[in-house]
Write a new protein. Structure first.
Length: 55
């Protein structure tokens, strides 16, 4: 989604946008649009679980 205000350059990935999304910079209305971007990679590695005795 991108901001409808032509002077504002804000945009939000569709995965992170809500149905009633407002512009994060100018709080204006957002317009659904298409941008070709790479998929978001989760770079966090899973942490090993602690045993109950370690709490």
């Amino acid at each position: 989604m991108k901001c409808r205000n032509s002077e504002c350059k804000a945009w939000v990935r569709d995965e992170f946008a809500t149905a009633e999304q407002s512009c994060p910079l100018c709080n204006g209305p957002m317009l659904r649009s298409i941008k070709h971007l790479p998929a978001v990679q989760n770079k966090m590695k899973p942490q090993p679980r602690k045993r109950k005795s370690e709490f």
